[in-house]
Ligand binder design. Structure first.
Ligand code: 4FV
Length: 235
């Protein structure tokens, strides 16, 4: 799978992508990430990427020209893959959305800064908008990294244990059960006996019960039928 990322701060990504699981995924060719600096696609001597908002109101808005030039020179016009803008106004990112995006061979991610991008970018270049959550960040870089991370680990061969993604919180519709490892006793706190019993049927039963109890307590919303957009039951 390939991601092309359009940002004013490509170096923020290289640090994250150059470690651990995502680094290996690139080394073995499962994952490719192209990092593109929107400022490299400006044409004025000041390399201007943002300007004051029409109608006033403080802050700056990212100009359309450098963004269109960057995306179209890398991906063609129209772009040959979905162009996803990371924005608080987008559809909420989730494990389900990560699974959906993992089905694409190629995705472009656009990370905004300042107050956001000129609306004409949204209207005429962007094909999808995703929000990491109802909070405001200084930039769309972290959300783009989160999307690359959550999607890449679903790609076959990225995680050591191919079944891991199915066992994830949210993938199973329940939060994960408690995890323990050695030592069997720490500061007087014992690892539950059942987990040391070797009785896998009992262990599975315990884990399911724990996952359900934890979900009921912390995220009862996950146990109710999700509402679809207009409040009807999702069939
Ligand atoms: C954001 C989010 C987010 C808004 C203005 C960047 C900031 C600034 N992106 N999910 N939450 N973006 O807060 O995706 O340009």
């Amino acid at each position: 799978m390939r991601f092309d990322v359009f940002t004013l701060f490509p170096e923020m990504f290289s640090a994250y992508l150059d470690e651990s699981i995502l680094k290996r995924a690139q080394e073995v060719g499962i994952l490719q990430v192209g990092l593109h600096n929107i400022r490299d696609y400006t044409t004025d001597k000041h390399h201007t990427t943002a300007d004051v908002p029409y109608g006033g109101g403080g802050g700056m808005v990212m100009k359309p020209e450098p963004i269109f030039r960057a995306v179209e020179s890398i991906l063609g016009a129209p772009p040959g893959c979905p162009v996803i803008l990371l924005t608080p106004q987008g559809r909420r990112f989730s494990q389900k959305v990560a699974e959906e995006l993992a089905g694409y061979p190629h995705l472009a991610l656009l990370s905004g800064r300042y107050e956001g991008v000129d609306e004409r970018v949204r209207e005429h270049l962007v094909t999808d908008e995703i929000s990491l959550g109802d909070f405001v960040l200084t930039g769309g870089e972290l959300p783009a990294m989160a999307v690359i991370d959550a999607v890449s680990r679903l790609l076959p061969g990225v995680l050591g244990d191919p079944d891991a993604p199915q066992k994830d919180s949210h993938a199973s519709g329940l939060l994960e059960y408690p995890h323990y490892t050695r030592p069997p006793e720490f500061r007087g706190w014992e690892v539950p006996e059942v987990l040391r019993s070797g009785n896998h049927a009992e262990i599975e039963k315990w884990r399911q019960a724990q996952a359900l109890a934890r979900t009921k307590k912390r995220r009862p919303d996950m146990l109710t039928q999700p509402e679809d957009e207009d409040g009807g039951e999702v069939s």
